[in-house]
Design a protein around this ligand. Structure first.
Ligand code: PEP
Ligand code: MN
Length: 342
């Protein structure tokens, strides 16, 4: 259910409606728009007393939201959500015409490795650095990440180069630590339906980058975002990273059609990860171009200065020089579709 407030409704009237909703055991989510505020109602297992709410001062009408996802839906918020990440080097916007570039290694392997790659990323003009301190690996014997030590290295990257940090949390304990050190909390593809982790991310005070599960439908993807938002964290960035198909020539199949499909259904920004989608270095640049052309709000790519010796995902990591070229081409393509990179 969505309560549409009058354009001239006062903050006090919005607060009273929220209080009324919460006193009936439901959760109220005020969503300010450019013209007026709407209030999403979740947790309503029974019928909502529409008449009582519609009679309150400042309320125009209550409209039922028929989609299974509510807060994620464009029905609830017509304009694009813009996520602002305040990095020491400047604020980065994701969504609403701004295309963000997030780059760095798959994993933080050592201080030297992270600082070396971060130096290249910063020099190329990107402002957001990625790198896993916690790695969800298919094999329990593969490198699992440096844990908190890796987060401390990322904090040093932030201080030294001014880059905002995007890094993954794999469980509730690591999320506590990631929230402390990072600017954006990544939830990986394998955890897209880890509902307790999604709820914990929903209580975090940092934006969440939510990757699409390996076989998730669009509804399942949006419902995962709904989990985060239903707990009160409205800063969700969706990330398409390829899904499993019968394709046997790349690691996954990059589903670029999901970008315009998300745009019609949701106000949330969506970025594309061509590295995990393809698994091959030479495919990263062409698919980055395509992602921006199709309307993605950002690109997340793996970059490594010595990919042959990387502890994870070396084959799909591009070299620093290739990243320079990617930044330039993506900037040019963004301009053609009336967007700007930042
Ligand atoms: C990653 O970004 O390094 C990662 C593990 O990605 P995904 O969850 O998409 O596999
Ligand atoms: Mn990786």
């Amino acid at each position: 259910m969505l309560v549409v407030m009058d354009a001239h409704a006062t903050n006090e009237q919005v607060r009273s409606v929220c209080a009324r909703i919460e006193s009936a055991g439901m959760k109220a989510h005020p969503i300010p728009g450019s013209n007026r505020t709407a209030i999403g109602i979740t947790g309503n297992t029974g019928a909502v007393d529409i008449g009582a709410i519609e009679a309150m001062p400042g309320v125009i009408e209550c409209i039922p939201v028929s989609k299974p996802y509510k807060l994620v839906s464009r029905d609830v918020k017509a304009e694009d959500t813009v996520i602002r990440i305040v990095a020491p080097a400047g604020t980065v916007q994701i969504g609403g015409g701004a295309v963000a570039i997030i780059a760095g290694p798959c994993a933080v392997e050592s201080r030297e490795q992270a600082l070396m790659i971060a130096g290249h990323v910063a020099k190329s003009g990107a402002k957001l650095f990625r790198g896993g301190a916690y790695k969800p690996r298919t094999s329990p014997y593969a490198f699992q990440g440096l844990g908190e030590e890796g987060l401390k290295i990322l904090a040093e990257v932030r201080d030294k180069f001014g880059l905002g940090i995007v890094t993954e949390a794999v469980d509730n304990e690591s999320l506590d630590l990631v929230e402390k050190y990072a600017d954006v909390i990544q939830i990986g593809a394998r955890n897209m339906q880890n509902f307790s982790l999604l709820k914990r991310a929903g209580r975090a005070k940092k934006p969440v980058l939510l990757k699409r599960g390996l076989s998730a439908t669009l509804d399942e993807f949006l419902m995962a975002a709904e989990y985060v938002m239903s707990e009160g964290n409205y800063e969700v960035i969706l990330c398409e990273r390829g899904v499993r198909t019968f394709n046997d020539y790349s690691r996954n199949t990059l589903d670029l059609t999901v970008v315009p499909a998300v745009k019609t259904r949701s106000h949330l920004p969506i970025v594309v990860d061509p590295s995990h989608a393809t698994g091959k270095r030479h495919k990263v640049l062409p698919l980055s171009r395509a992602a921006v052309a199709v309307g993605a709000d950002g690109i997340l790519v793996e970059v490594h200065h010595d990919p042959d010796h990387a502890l994870s995902d070396g084959m799909q990591s591009i070299l620093p020089d290739e990243f320079v070229q990617l930044m330039e081409e993506v900037r040019q393509i963004a301009a053609v579709v009336h967007r700007r990179t930042n």
